[in-house]
Write a protein that binds this ligand. Structure first.
Ligand code: SF4
Length: 345
């Protein structure tokens, strides 16, 4: 990976001598002078921590907001989506590893992704020019480019645009209020409701992700949760019941849950794709646990529509990544008047 321009990082302090400690995420990397943190995005040069990815946009697309996935946030609108490289977890099953594995892109013979510098104002101007009401930080883990996220989000709010994080939720609890100051919504990956899974499959831990979810709800950030169901690892209805019960009790029954089908990728090529029957059994378990909005993703399914929790009418009907029609007015079901949780305008 060619060295991009360095930008001063925040959320660090001196560890010892010229080593620094990054405080941005629970990895809490000690980074020696000349080295990088495990995400590959933050480097120590001369005893100071720098961002290697500030404004270095590798992927930039206008997507339907449903593809994030966010189903209860400005449905049917386009969202300008930007990402760079690197991640602070190392999931063996990563479904987007060409962007997440920054250090593997340093390997000889691997083509580095094309980068371009996009200033915060340029990104916001591009979203406004394309009539996107919101901007997403996505594709790789946006936490590790917190300085860019914060600057873009502030510009976006000044311009009347909304902002979205698509994140693994692996961020230090004490920095959440600063990093999410101008963030309106997030889709948070809850990879499994199992600390052992996080440790063996992701080189992380479960507790900080749960703490992030609770903190975002407390801040008033609209959140939706995604769990990728991997055959034999986290796809039992019992595990899903435990996860859904925690979501119901700690985040509320109105938080949408997206159950997504795995396909073999990266370093997990020995497991089959998730079957539709498994996804359906987990969806049933989550609904039985009390969650009102549970969706299926990454497969052909009829479980993409939003139903009113009172009269069961379909209030948002969707196809792959788009909205067919809605029956929500002023945040309420047009048929019976029940409030439907979400950000609808
Ligand atoms: S953000 Fe990167 S450098 Fe900082 S603690 Fe996390 S993995 Fe380490």
């Amino acid at each position: 990976m060619a060295m991009p321009e360095l930008h001063p990082a925040r959320f660090w302090d001196t560890a010892s001598g010229t080593s620094v400690r990054c405080r941005l995420c629970p990895q809490q990397c000690e980074v020696p002078d000349g080295g990088s943190g495990r995400c590959g995005a933050r480097a120590n040069r001369g005893g100071r921590l720098w961002s290697r990815v500030y404004g270095n946009v590798v992927a930039l697309h206008m997507d339907p907001v449903e593809k994030k996935p966010l189903y209860h946030f400005l449905p049917g609108t386009p969202i300008l989506s930007a990402g760079t490289v690197g991640c602070n977890l190392r999931c063996l099953f990563c479904q987007n590893w060409s962007l997440s594995r920054a250090e593997e892109l340093d390997a000889p013979g691997v083509d580095a992704p094309v980068r371009r510098f996009v200033s915060p104002k340029s990104l916001v101007d591009a979203a406004a020019a394309a009539n996107c009401p919101s901007i997403a930080f996505t594709y790789n883990e946006p936490t590790i480019q917190a300085e860019y996220v914060m600057d873009v989000a502030a510009e976006a709010h000044a311009a009347g645009l909304r902002t979205v994080m698509v994140t693994n939720g692996y961020i230090t609890r004490t920095v959440i209020d600063e990093v999410y100051r101008d963030i309106d919504a997030a889709n948070v990956d809850l990879k499994a409701f199992d600390d052992g899974f996080y440790r063996s499959e992701c080189e992380g831990s479960l507790g900080p992700v749960l703490a992030t979810l609770e903190a975002l709800v407390a801040r008033g950030v609209w959140i939706e949760v995604t769990t990728l169901l991997i055959p034999g690892l986290n796809d039992s209805p019992e595990a899903m019941r435990a996860e859904a019960t925690w979501i119901r009790d700690h985040l509320g029954p109105d938080v949408p849950l997206h159950l997504s089908a795995f396909h073999p990728d990266h370093r997990m090529l020995d497991r089959p794709p998730t079957s539709p029957a498994t996804i359906r059994a987990c969806r049933d378990a989550a609904r039985e646990a009390g969650l009102r909005y549970v969706y299926e993703g990454n497969l052909d399914t009829d479980a993409r529509d939003t139903h009113c929790p009172s009269c069961n009418a379909a209030v948002v009907r969707r196809t792959w990544g788009s909205v067919r029609d809605t029956a929500i007015r002023d945040g309420r079901c047009e048929h019976c008047g029940t409030a439907i949780a979400g950000v609808w305008s």
